[in-house]
Design a protein around this ligand. Structure first.
Ligand SMILES: NC(=O)c1ccc[n+]([C@@H]2O[C@H](COP(=O)([O-])OP(=O)(O)OC[C@H]3O[C@@H](n4cnc5c(N)ncnc54)[C@H](O)[C@@H]3O)[C@@H](O)[C@H]2O)c1
Length: 425
């Protein structure tokens, strides 16, 4: 194993896992041509020279490519996990050993360790924060106001983080620029929808090995993640029921051909429940009470509060692990409920997260968002900023080019037509 500098701090599970991590990182890179091009440019231009950067992210093979690209651009980058169960320990080891990037992340770390790692990230005195769920930024705002002067800005990866940033803005505490990566079209159209759709089912299948064909699957939330999950569940032959609180999303689900019910009516029918709402206690006591014996519940939303597991545990006579990442709660009423991945993001807890091909675009957005913040240092207003449309379009163009797909372009006549109002019937 390569010797690492004693000055390089880290908290990873086992550095001996590095060779496996290296091999898997290389494999993921095959499907990440857009980020590769950005990394090569960063290596030449060094846009982040002299800047301290913290990334709070799921430590996956794809995140490794983002970290490598940022380091190639000159950033003094440090990584922490954005969820206690989402770290791939071999990847964390390879980042330390092969790339000399400090990583503080271990799969299965407890909440206390997770919070301590957030503090370590802030001790790095970041000029840039890449956040996923807004834990680092929220801690900065609540506990380290004096460090905001060091900050050029932050980028946010996921819907839940954006919801929190909007709440900070409303409370007047978002006093620096934050780039909304989640809402870039080349992010949520693909990552939240197709990425979550495929990897959530992948996590469920790896954890349980159940046949999905013929099962009744209840998907809570018909946002981007819910749409992808429902679509893929139907593709595998399941009967899908959607629950929603937004009437427009509910109509969309109906017209996409799904049954839509309130959770209390779906609860007795479901064999498997998947929450993707970003909300809390979407499945709670009244729903557990009417579920079938052996119903399976899991979550693919950002935090582990979508299913009220505290209540479930309080009703359990016994909780036993029945397979890796799969626990059976034996209830006092004689029935049991199966929980996958402790109610945390099932696609990262029990599988490997999104496929590289979608993360290529998500992390291209992250890399270019960081560059945008740095190029516009001191010029951006405090608050939330969208990814510029040209950046979004360029990422899509590069992705199409990489997968060998050409599209039409407007003729001069068409350009004139769509820019005029004089031609009618
Ligand atoms: N698993 C992953 O890898 C992954 C990837 C991307 C996003 N996420 C997370 O997944 C969650 C959803 O993200 P999204 O982009 O789909 O968000 P979204 O806002 O597009 O969709 C959420 C949907 O849930 C609905 N909802 C809210 N409360 C509900 C309730 N009580 N019952 C039923 N429906 C309810 C909302 O009306 C909305 O339509 C967020 O927490 C996000 O951070 C996870």
């Amino acid at each position: 194993m390569t010797a690492i500098s004693p000055r390089l701090k880290h908290e990873v599970k086992d550095l001996a896992l590095a060779p496996l991590g290296r091999q898997r990182i290389e494999w993921a890179g095959r499907e990440m041509p857009v980020l590769r091009q950005i990394r090569d440019r960063f290596a030449k231009e060094k846009p982040f020279a002299g800047l301290r950067l913290v990334a709070c992210a799921h430590i996956t093979t794809e995140t490794a490519h983002l970290a490598i690209a940022l380091k190639a651009g000159g950033a003094d980058a440090l990584l922490i996990a954005s969820n206690p169960l989402s770290t791939q320990d071999d990847v964390a080891a390879s980042l330390v050993v092969d790339h000399e990037i400090p990583v503080f992340a271990q799969k299965g770390e407890d909440n206390e360790t997770y919070s301590r790692h957030v503090q370590i990230a802030l001790d790095h005195r970041p000029n840039i924060i890449i956040d996923d769920g807004s834990d680092v930024v929220a801690t900065l705002v609540q506990e380290r106001q004096h460090q905001i002067a060091d900050l050029i800005g932050t980028t946010e990866e996921t819907t839940t983080g954006i919801v929190r940033l909007r709440a900070m803005l409303k409370d007047g505490v978002l006093t620096f620029p934050a780039v909304n990566v989640n809402d870039a079209d080349t992010k949520h159209f693909f990552d939240n929808r197709y990425g979550t759709g495929q990897s959530t089912l992948d996590g469920i299948i790896r954890a349980t090995n159940i046949l999905l064909a013929g099962k009744t699957i209840v998907v809570a939330g018909y946002g981007w993640c819910g749409k992808g999950t429902a679509l893929r569940a139907r593709g595998l032959g399941a009967n899908v029921i959607v629950t929603e609180i937004d009437p427009i999303k509910a109509i969309e689900a109906v017209m996409d051909g799904f049954r839509v019910l309130p959770m209390i009516e779906a609860a007795p029918q479901g064999d498997l429940f998947i929450t993707v709402t970003g909300n809390k206690h979407v499945i709670r006591a009244e729903h557990f009470n009417v579920m079938k014996d052996g119903a399976i519940v899991c979550n693919s939303g950002h935090f582990d509060i979508e299913i009220d597991l505290k209540h479930l545990a309080s009703q359990a006579k016994e909780i036993k692990q029945v397979r890796p990442f799969t626990e059976q709660y034996q209830l006092g009423n004689g029935k049991s409920v199966i929980v996958i991945g402790e109610g945390r993001l099932v696609n990262l807890a029990a599988a490997e997260g999104h496929p590289s091909a979608v993360m290529d675009m998500s992390f291209a957005n992250q890399a270019l968002a960081v560059e945008y913040l740095v190029k516009n240092k001191g010029k951006l207003e405090p608050g939330l900023h969208s990814i510029p449309t040209e950046v979004d379009q360029e990422i899509a163009r590069l992705k199409l080019q990489a997968i060998g797909i050409s599209i039409d372009s407007l003729t001069p006549d068409q350009i004139e037509y769509i820019n005029s109002w004089t031609t009618g019937t």
